[in-house]
Write a protein that binds this ligand. Structure first.
Ligand code: MG
Length: 253
């Protein structure tokens, strides 16, 4: 069961989300060849602190892991779908850089991600970015009272398939609020009209992860998740509240 938020609580989450959106867009603007991925971690921590917020991933131990995560940010490159770690790697021309960031502010968690190409990228990489962004937009259109979790997954899967891509298997979005990961899981596949009905007060982190290849993924030793076939992956995420009037994107500037 999803925990429902009042409109005042959704307003408080939007305050957190505005801060996250500002930080994420400042980080995205720094993506270019020659920049080490640790730069985003260092700058991200500073920008989060300046806004009176806390990094949500730093020290967080997800239920699937035995260890807590040592960074504020996930930086995933090329065939890495999610959970890539910032480090000494220096970004090269053509890299697909995924930035995934959670923050906590006023006791509320919010979560968002984006994919940015470094310098000139291939037409296929651009098409993948566009499809994944479109998938998130279409999913958000479904995020309204009377629709279902299946409608969200269906919308994402349709966009991926029509572009000739696949949804990364077994990776999902999630409810969010007082905890970073709450019920329900938000699958990136689904059947129209099936699954839990969406009701006002639900807040979901919707995060299509779309790959150019077949969709199977593997976990690496450092707990990052990559495509099994080495194909490129893209990821976009927003934290979205369901209101009587429709979807409200909380991680927008
Ligand atoms: Mg998330």
């Amino acid at each position: 069961m999803a925990s429902l938020k009042t409109s005042a609580e959704i307003g408080a989450m939007a305050e957190a989300g505005r801060r996250l959106a500002e930080v994420l867009s400042l980080l995205a603007a720094e993506v270019r060849p020659g920049v080490a991925t640790m730069h985003f971690e260092e700058l991200g921590r500073k920008l989060i602190r300046e806004r009176g917020a806390e990094p949500a991933f730093l020290g967080y131990r997800p239920h699937w892991s035995e260890r807590s995560y040592p960074y504020a940010l996930c930086v995933s490159l090329n065939d890495t779908v999610v959970h890539g770690r910032p480090g000494a790697y220096v970004i090269r021309e053509g890299d697909l850089v995924k930035l995934d960031l959670g923050v906590k502010y006023g006791g509320w968690y919010v979560d968002a991600a984006c994919t940015v190409g470094a310098g000139r990228i291939t037409p296929e990489a651009q098409k993948l970015i566009t499809a994944t962004k479109t998938a998130l937009e279409r999913a958000i259109e479904e995020t309204r009272p009377g629709r279902t979790l299946g409608d969200i997954g269906w919308a994402i899967e349709q966009v991926a398939r029509r572009a000739g891509f696949s949804v990364a298997r077994s990776l999902t979005g999630h409810g969010i609020g007082r905890e970073l990961h709450e019920e329900p899981s938000v699958l990136n596949v689904g059947r129209r009209g099936k699954g839990e009905e969406l009701t006002p007060g639900m807040v979901l982190a919707i995060e299509p992860m779309i790959v150019a290849g077949q969709g199977e993924v593997k976990e690496r030793k450092d707990e990052s998740v990559a495509t099994a076939d080495g194909s490129l992956a893209a990821h976009f995420e927003h934290t979205v509240a369901i209101t009587k009037q429709g979807p409200r994107i909380l991680t927008a500037p």
